[in-house]
Design a protein around this ligand. Structure first.
Ligand code: 6GU
Length: 272
């Protein structure tokens, strides 16, 4: 998997990519990352990369020439033009902008399948729209909040995509069971000690009964998702048993006095 990153702040990426999972993936030869300084492609003596917006108003806008020249240097002008003409994407050219589509795990999987992506770190005020018209294939945001530039969003995408590259995660089970891979939030985790300041690990996890543990974890994942991210339940893969459990949660909410009539749930969970 190869990432090209266009930025005005190349130094921001150094420490993040020099540690942890991305470093391991790079060291193992599974991932390569090239950071390109947009300023190097500015044509004028002072290497100006932004300018005041036509039509007035506040903020600065990133200029079109340096970014297009950088993209053409990295990918070749033909590939960029062909992608725009045919709509057939060989290398996604992704602009990080708060006006983009919301990034999610499905997009991470899509980007990983291309094997090569380009990330353009825009600044919050904006980039000249002609960059999108000429080259950009995807506009992506990482959430509904304001950041001053696309650098941290680019790091987020590199990390999310890198985890999906075959061989990067040693334990494949960790990937399959991850939050969002199953469409549900993760169940709660515990490790030793069994008691800390009076707080006990749920009894079921110490029981050694693997079927019971699996059912408890599934129910915890369902309960958390139902409580915190009910929007995810619409797309999650649910069994008949899952649906029955969610129905009991719904019924309890509607008539809390009927609490005792809950035959399905493993009761050993922590108090809610
Ligand atoms: Cl991709 N860019 C900026 N500047 N702010 C953001 C964002 C991106 N995603 C969420 N907030």
């Amino acid at each position: 998997m190869h990432f090209d990153i266009l930025t005005l702040f190349p130094g921001l990426f150094e420490s993040v990519f020099r540690e942890s999972i991305v470093k391991r993936a790079v060291d193992a030869g599974l991932v390569s990352i090239a950071i390109h300084n947009i300023r190097d492609y500015a044509q004028d003596k002072h290497h100006v990369t932004d300018d005041a917006p036509y039509g007035g108003g506040g903020g600065m806008v990133m200029k079109v020439e340096p970014i297009i020249l950088a993209l053409e240097d990295i990918l070749g002008a033909e590939l960029i033009a062909r992608q725009k003409q045919t709509g057939e994407i060989q290398v996604p050219i992704i602009l990080l902008t708060p006006a983009g589509r919301l990034f999610n795990q499905e997009m991470a999987r899509e980007f990983e399948r291309y094997g090569h992506i380009v990330l353009i770190c825009g600044r919050y005020e904006g980039v000249d729209e002609r960059i999108c018209e000429l080259a950009v294939t995807h506009e992506v945001s990482i959430g509904d909040y304001v950041l001053s530039g696309g650098e941290i969003p680019a790091m987020v995408i590199v990390e999310a995509v890198t985890r999906l590259v075959p061989g990067v995660l040693g334990d494949m089970r960790a990937l399959i069971e991850d939050s969002h891979a199953s469409g549900l939030l993760e169940y709660p985790h515990y490790t030793r000690p069994a008691e800390f300041r009076g707080l006990q690990v749920p009894e079921v996890l110490l029981s050694g009964d693997h079927a019971k543990v699996a059912r408890w974890r599934r129910q915890q994942a369902l309960r958390r998702t139902w409580e915190r991210r009910p929007d995810l339940l619409k797309r999650a893969k649910l069994s008949e048993e899952d649906r029955r459990f969610l129905e009991t949660l719904q019924q309890q909410k509607e008539s809390p006095e009927a609490e005792e009539a809950c035959p399905h749930e493993e009761r050993e969970g922590p108090a809610h």
